[in-house]
Design a protein around this ligand. Structure first.
Ligand code: TXA
Ligand code: MG
Length: 321
């Protein structure tokens, strides 16, 4: 199959209505979209990504007004948060309606809903008037794509069309939350932080880490580059390993001795938003350069630093040949 990159919304609408796959830009990462209510179309997503069927998909919608078509018992706090942060990088887990295929939620009785903040994709969603199921547009387990070219690198030949909306502004996947008797439960860190959620919802926010509920997205095999990655004191790591085929991801400009062969400084000025935007570019570039090992600093544990550390931790948990 030939994969075309373009900006033709009409073409994307036609492909999606017909049950085909289209990669779509969002503010977080590119998604691999299909008509969410068409099970054959959804199966194509799992096949193209080689994604295990037990890992459910987020439903993308044009506005919070559409939430009640797919979910029930929507708490007031959900609507307050959607009002404050959506369209934007925040995904809500809510009790699903029967209309949502079990294939989308991997059998769970909750569905994930999100309103992506990208003009092309919002227009596409309005025109379609259908929910789009869309995981990140990468082969299962690899780093999420933040440009149309990244999508083509991973899925070229497997999908017909990539809607090119330029580089993603946030660069990390959305924050995922659910609601329970105790308040808000945070399943994945992202650009909307726990502190912001607590302040706007007026509810306590609990981390789901190691908790009773397992979100498949919390599998440790996610977000990993091919080169093994270690989060560590980089200066120590370089002394241990030498600089020869070693790559380093650092937050701000730092001099290392011995110098690493490749150095990616994510934000010379120390801006966590800029660092988040650059992280997946850096991981892909270092893989392409042929680094034997990637050493990454731990980022400040605040704001977007939590999401960056989370992705780095998960990237280091798997060793890929
Ligand atoms: O920013 C994002 O969220 C991007 C863009 C494309 O929207 N999407 C994304 O999708 O990151 P994905 O599939 O790569 O990650 C979504 C995570 C998955 O790990 C999945 O396990 C979890 O959300 N998830 C989706 N539906 C769920 C459900 N019903 N219950 C529990 N977890 C769910
Ligand atoms: Mg993903």
């Amino acid at each position: 199959m030939r994969t075309v990159i373009g900006t033709d919304i009409d073409h994307a609408v036609e492909l999606l209505r017909g049950g085909g796959l289209v990669a779509i830009p969002t503010e977080t990462v590119y998604g691999l979209a299909a008509h969410a209510l068409d099970e054959e179309a959804v199966l194509r997503i799992y096949a193209a990504k080689e994604r295990p069927r037990f890992n459910p998909l987020i439903l993308h919608l044009p506005s919070a007004a559409a939430f009640e078509r797919y979910a029930v018992n929507i708490p007031k706090a959900c609507l307050t948060l959607a009002e404050a942060f959506c369209p934007g990088p925040l995904t809500f887990l809510l009790p699903k309606r029967d209309i949502v295929p079990d294939l989308v939620t991997a059998g769970s009785d909750r569905v994930a809903l999100r309103i992506p903040d990208h003009p092309l994709t919002l227009e596409l969603l309005r025109r379609l008037d259908l929910p789009l199921a869309a995981p990140s547009a990468n082969p299962s387990g690899y780093v999420s794509p933040v440009t149309a070219e990244h999508v083509a690198e991973g899925l070229g030949g497997r999908i017909p069309y990539i809607l090119d909306g330029g580089p993603c502004g946030v660069g990390l996947e959305s924050t995922i939350i659910g609601f329970d008797g105790e308040g808000v439960r945070l399943y994945r860190h992202g650009a909307v932080t726990a502190v912001q959620i607590r302040d706007v919802a007026g509810l306590p926010v609990h981390l789901a880490e190691g908790g009773a509920v397992t979100t498949p997205g919390r599998l440790k095999s996610h977000y990993a580059p091919r080169a093994p990655l270690q989060v560590c004191d980089v200066a120590d790591g370089l002394r241990r390993l030498g600089g020869a085929a070693t790559a380093v991801i650092s937050f701000q400009a730092t001099r290392f001795d011995p110098p690493p062969r490749w150095l990616r400084t994510l934000s010379p000025a120390g801006d966590l938003r800029e660092a988040a935007r650059n992280l997946f570019h850096a991981l892909r570039e270092l893989d392409a350069a042929g680094a034997d090992i990637i050493l990454a600093e731990r980022f400040p544990d605040e704001g977007l630093g939590k999401a960056i550390n989370d992705r780095l931790d998960r990237a280091q948990s798997i060793h890929r040949p």
